[in-house]
Design a protein around this ligand. Structure first.
Ligand code: PMP
Length: 404
């Protein structure tokens, strides 16, 4: 009899809750239910046509072979220029590695640096994949709670209270998935003051939502406010969200040479180079016409304003305005303890999310997945009409709840 043994590093992690929720919404759709899914975090726009054209031209030129393991020189040059132009940050090409999406960049960075028992500080609410990636690398996630009253951001005080001599990484994701919270210049300066006592702690900035920002907020990077942290910081970014290129799988990591070199070595023995055709597309995304970034930004801004107003009008729900990204992180503590028509008590945000799926035909993800309850996350990367209908359905379903 086969034992079907799986390594504990896999047995100890769970599948992404947002992927599971998306799968469940699709299952119900296949059963004929009219589900509005506000689950996944991907732009609903098509990739800009100049980018697609660049990919096709690359195929015609025969750029269909392996590239350098760390990415083609032209791709690394495009990233180098992007960092100078948009972030006022200066790196050499050998401090840049191109990856199969930002996700692979984060995972490889952890795998290259985490020893068993090393701690990784993850401010909550967090992107669902960080803790499980750390666990898969045999590290220990240390969750630093950041309340809505603190703007869902890590304060200097909280940071100091969670740092230990085992801390290997601190993750900063600004604007954040799921809350949209952004760190400003002064937030960074305060964190940097604490980090000055911890020169061996590496800092990962996940900048994937940098271009989805509201109300003309400035794009400030940690290293603009605290350049002295450059030797201990790794930047993660990619084209997925900014250029609606989630399927192309191009991300990158940038940081001190010794880390990028180790990273590169690991990538050469695992995934290998990122797709050559996608790299050609991403070069055009960075070097070509940038109007898509502006026009998509304006659409997100409108949806964010409208949906935020609709949600804040629903009895029992509240939401702080996100600074960026394309999610609303909706507080629902007033609904906890209420009863559904069949007498079931909503004890957690998970119960509420299941209720909304069953009774409102709207799929969202429970705050428990992101480390702060009771909340749920709804993606606004879908049409205004769908968002309106979803809010109407939520209003109707919640009106049927009774005090428990
Ligand atoms: N970081 C965050 C915070 C994200 O939300 C995502 C995508 N959901 C990623 C990284 C991964 O992006 P990519 O598609 O480039 O792998």
């Amino acid at each position: 009899m086969q034992t079907q043994r799986i390594a504990s590093r896999v047995a100890n992690i769970k599948p992404s809750p947002s992927s599971s929720a998306a799968d469940r919404a699709n299952e119900l759709r296949q059963q004929g239910r009219d589900i509005i899914s506000l689950v996944v975090g991907e732009p609903d726009f098509d990739t800009p046509s100049n980018v697609g054209k660049a990919a096709w031209e690359a195929i015609q030129r025969g750029e269909t072979r392996y590239t350098a393991n760390s990415g083609s020189q032209a791709m690394r040059q495009a990233i180098k220029s992007k960092l100078e132009r948009e972030n006022n940050l200066h790196y050499n090409e050998n401090e840049i590695v191109v990856t199969n999406g930002a996700k692979a960049a984060i995972f490889t960075a952890f795998l290259a640096t985490i020893e068993a028992g090393d701690e990784v500080v993850i401010p909550a609410p967090y992107w669902v994949s960080y803790p499980d990636m750390v666990i898969a690398c045999e590290g220990t996630p240390v969750i630093a709670q950041c309340s809505e009253a603190e703007g869902f951001k890590l304060t200097a005080e909280r940071l100091r209270s969670v740092l230990t001599d085992k801390t290997r990484w601190l993750i900063i994701n600004s604007p954040s998935n799921p809350t949209g919270a952004s760190y400003h210049h002064d937030d960074y300066v305060a964190l940097a003051e604490v980090l000055a006592d911890y020169p061996d702690v590496l800092i990962m900035t996940d900048d994937i939502y940098e271009h989805i920002r509201y109300d003309n907020q400035e794009n400030v990077h940690l290293l603009n406010a605290a350049p002295q942290l450059k030797d201990q910081t790794v930047l993660i970014n990619g084209v997925s969200k900014t250029y609606a290129m989630t399927g192309w799988r191009i991300g990158f990591a940038v940081g001190p040479f010794y880390l990028i070199d180790a990273f590169q070595k690991l990538q050469s023995q695992s995934a290998g180079n990122a797709c050559s055709v996608s790299q050609a597309a991403a070069i055009e995304a960075y070097n070509g016409d940038q109007s898509f970034v502006k026009t998509s930004q304006a659409v997100y801004q409108q949806r964010r304003n409208d949906t935020l107003a609709l949600i804040n009008n629903i009895d029992g729900l509240h939401c702080s305005p996100p600074d960026g990204a394309f999610y609303l992180y909706v507080g629902c503590e007033k609904l906890i303890g209420m009863q559904t028509e069949d007498g079931t008590v909503l004890e957690t945000d998970n119960d509420l999310v299941l209720y909304l799926l069953e009774k409102a035909n709207v799929a969202v993800v429970a705050g428990s997945a992101y480390g702060l309850s009771p909340y749920f996350r709804m993606s606004i990367a879908t049409s205004q009409t769908q968002l309106h209908t979803a809010c109407e359905r939520i209003t109707t379903a919640l009106a049927k709840l009774k005090q428990g």
